[in-house]
Design a protein around this ligand. Structure first.
Ligand code: NAP
Length: 313
């Protein structure tokens, strides 16, 4: 599939997602020039050592000047400050997008600060790992993963098509939906699993009757699969919880009700209820593998895959 490269792409934030974009843009020739901007001198220098861009700026306004595509790759809670910063410097006709894990809040934070003559199309690649920072990125991160775009109804169709083609050229399949629906879907498939993982690992850490060394020693019996999610970046996940509050609380309420039912089944020895639930959930796992969103290699493919393994988010 042929893709006309953007003359200049600006990446604002160069952690896992920004650096993965830098790698795939470079490898697949998706831009003539990559400008990298990040908050700290330290991360910017590291990005430069890794050769992630062609130009490096601490000033996000300077970075976006003359950029045709601007991609925010910062924690969702930083969206407003970045939008305020880059707004006055954006080139008319530029496409401005983001990669944040929540969408309605990002729209609320950014839209008021962007000029009317740019195309703002929020986005979220459903791909990630528990790693963060500029060393964590790799070009394959987005391959065979979904990317959700949440354009407003009056968004420019050509700009949406161009951004769609960009993500496809990164290896993803693009779906569009409205921001509120995105937040509801992601609350159950991503945000709740992370919260549950943080909670169970925290509970284990607080136990007194079972020692920490026992928890670690016998973790292969299930616990360790939660620890991968619970090792995810604390800043990112704090912001996700703060910025998708309503949908997360709705899903947590449903989860708590279902957990109470499960608790009752265990208490009353209702083996049929337990068996029925566990059979139903096994089917979901099979569907995920069939959809290519995980591997059926035993042990979650852990032995076969390092980078490129099914990820977070
Ligand atoms: P990351 O590896 O932690 O990198 C974050 C980047 O944002 C760094 O360049 C950091 O700059 C910068 N930053 C942090 N706080 C900032 C602030 N207050 N103001 C301005 N810049 C700030 O994060 P990431 O995993 O790439 O995540 C980036 C975005 O992608 C987030 O919105 C996240 O929700 C979304 N996302 C993440 C995943 C995932 O699995 N990680 C998947 C899909 C989408 P310095 O290092 O210079 O401080």
């Amino acid at each position: 599939m042929s893709f006309t490269p953007f003359p200049r792409v600006a990446l604002i934030g160069i952690g896992l997602i920004g650096s993965s974009l830098a790698h795939v843009i470079r490898r697949n020739g998706l831009a003539s020039e990559i400008v990298v901007s990040t908050r700290s001198e330290h991360t910017l220098r590291r990005a430069e050592e890794l050769g992630l861009g062609d130009r490096y700026c601490l000033d996000a306004g300077e970075a976006v000047a003359d950029a045709d595509l601007v991609i925010l790759c910062v924690p969702v809670g930083a969206s407003e400050a970045v939008a305020k910063w880059i707004g006055p410097a954006l080139k008319p006709g530029a496409i401005v997008t983001d990669t944040g894990s929540t969408k309605a809040s990002v729209v609320r934070q950014m839209a008021p600060h962007l000029p009317k003559n740019v195309h703002f199309i929020p986005g979220h690649p459903i791909a990630g790992t528990e790693e963060s920072g500029p060393d964590a990125g790799f070009a394959e991160l987005f391959r065979d993963r979904w990317c959700i775009l949440t354009p407003e109804n009056d968004a420019d169709a050509d700009a949406v098509a161009r951004l769609t083609a960009f993500w496809e050229a990164c290896g993803s399949t693009v779906e569009t939906m409205d921001a509120d629906h995105h937040d509801l879907v992601l609350a159950i498939v991503s945000h709740l699993p992370h919260i549950i993982a943080y909670n169970i690992v925290g509970t284990a850490d607080d136990l007194e009757a079972v020692t920490k060394s026992e928890v670690i020693k016998y973790s292969a019996s299930g616990f360790r699969d939660f620890t991968r999610l619970a090792a995810s970046d604390p800043t990112m996940w704090r912001d996700v919880c703060l910025h998708n509050k309503d949908a997360i609380l709705e899903m947590l309420a449903r989860f708590s009700e279902d957990l109470a039912a499960l608790q009752r089944a265990v208490r009353w020895g209702d083996g049929d209820a337990l068996f029925d639930l566990f059979t139903r959930t096994r089917g979901i796992r099979r569907s995920i593998v069939e959809a290519g969103q995980d591997t059926d290699i035993p042990n979650f493919g852990r032995d076969a895959a390092a980078k490129g393994a099914p990820g977070n988010d």
